[in-house]
Design a protein around this ligand. Structure first.
Ligand code: MTE
Length: 316
């Protein structure tokens, strides 16, 4: 008898058409037949839905971006996600990544290591919307409404041990849908990291949504991390593991090119990248150039994290 062993990334037959996809299609049918072709086309292209509707939640007024929101169409079609390729146009490829079922493991130096089904985790966490600026090291920037939860809320659940000093964030590796993984010179999986103090900072946020919708795969769905005061490459996408450790992790970009990219990567207009200035940034959508701000304008929340770290390369 031929027994087919299913690889980890393959969905069982029963999950091939997740219920929320069917529900979404029903909703679309209700909304009018004119909408049907695009949903049908997306399904034919092998695109997977980014997840069920978000739970009800409100915008937190404490975080004011001071800029207009970037156009959603640009935010969801101009992306860095090297697992899907090195161009900015990977959104369609990324949409083929199945994001249900999805497990996030939280482990290492914690009192309560846990494996969360993503929907259980969403039910457990205090969900809110925050408008943050994101500054890519390549000198483009966007302003977006993320839906998600503070990493500190998850930390309270798993209780890091006293000796835990760093947190690592590991992105999924799914060879069947991620052509970029064939570029074997990159140190897959994509691992990012921060100190435990940075992880506990109120700004460190775990988005599960964007513009009020489930977080699209190209933007890191079903769950990613963002540090709005650091260059965007620190914000690991499509996470499967968060681990607490006493050792500083080797993270993706410093391993590839340590001269140009460091562990801390805090935004600083005065410290140029070796190949370009960081003094200004280009806004996604309008293309307008505006001055870059120290800590991407979030100094009041985070400057205190770095007062005793003058010997570190805090900005590159
Ligand atoms: N995470 C993974 N796993 N792989 C990546 O290539 N690119 C990073 C970051 N997270 C990247 C990643 C970079 S360089 C940036 S600027 C942001 O994602 C871009 O996020 P966005 O596509 O949602 O704008």
């Amino acid at each position: 008898m031929f027994i087919r062993r299913r690889r980890g990334w393959e969905l069982p037959e029963s999950a091939a058409t997740p219920q929320h996809w069917v529900l979404n299609r029903r909703a679309l049918m209700g909304a009018g037949a004119a909408l049907l072709p695009s949903a049908a086309l997306a399904q034919r292209r092998g695109e997977m839905p980014p997840g069920p509707p978000l739970p009800p939640h409100e915008r937190n007024p404490r975080y004011v971006a001071g800029r207009e929101l970037s156009p959603e169409a640009d935010v969801t079609s101009y992306n860095n996600f090297y697992e899907f390729g090195t161009s900015k146009s990977i959104w369609r490829a990324a949409r083929r990544m199945p994001v249900r079922p999805w497990t996030l493991r939280v482990d290492g130096m914690v009192a309560n290591p846990r494996e969360f089904d993503i929907d259980d985790l969403i039910r457990l966490m205090p969900i809110e919307e925050r408008v943050y600026r994101l500054r890519c090291v390549e000198a483009w920037a966007m302003t977006v409404p993320w839906t998600g939860f503070e990493l500190s809320a998850l930390m309270r659940l798993v209780e890091p041990q006293a000796g835990a000093r760093y947190v690592t964030f590991t992105t999924a590796t799914i060879p069947g849908v991620m052509p970029g993984l064939r570029q074997s010179w990159y140190p897959w999986p994509h691992v990012e990291g921060c100190t435990i103090e940075e992880a506990a900072n109120e700004l460190t946020f775990m988005p599960i949504g964007l513009f009020g919708q489930p977080l699209p795969q190209q933007n890191g769905g079903p769950v990613r991390v963002v540090f709005p005061w650091k260059y965007g490459f620190k914000s690991g996408k499509s996470l499967v593991r968060i681990s607490f450790t006493d050792t500083r992790p080797d993270t993706f970009w410093p391993v590839i090119q340590g001269q140009e990219y460091g562990f801390w990567a805090n935004v600083n207009p005065e410290v140029a990248h070796p190949r370009w200035s960081q003094a200004t940034e280009r806004l996604l959508g309008s293309g307008e150039r505006v001055p870059t701000q120290l800590f991407n304008g979030y100094g009041e929340f985070v400057a205190g994290l770095y007062t005793n770290l003058q010997d570190e390369r805090l900005w590159a």
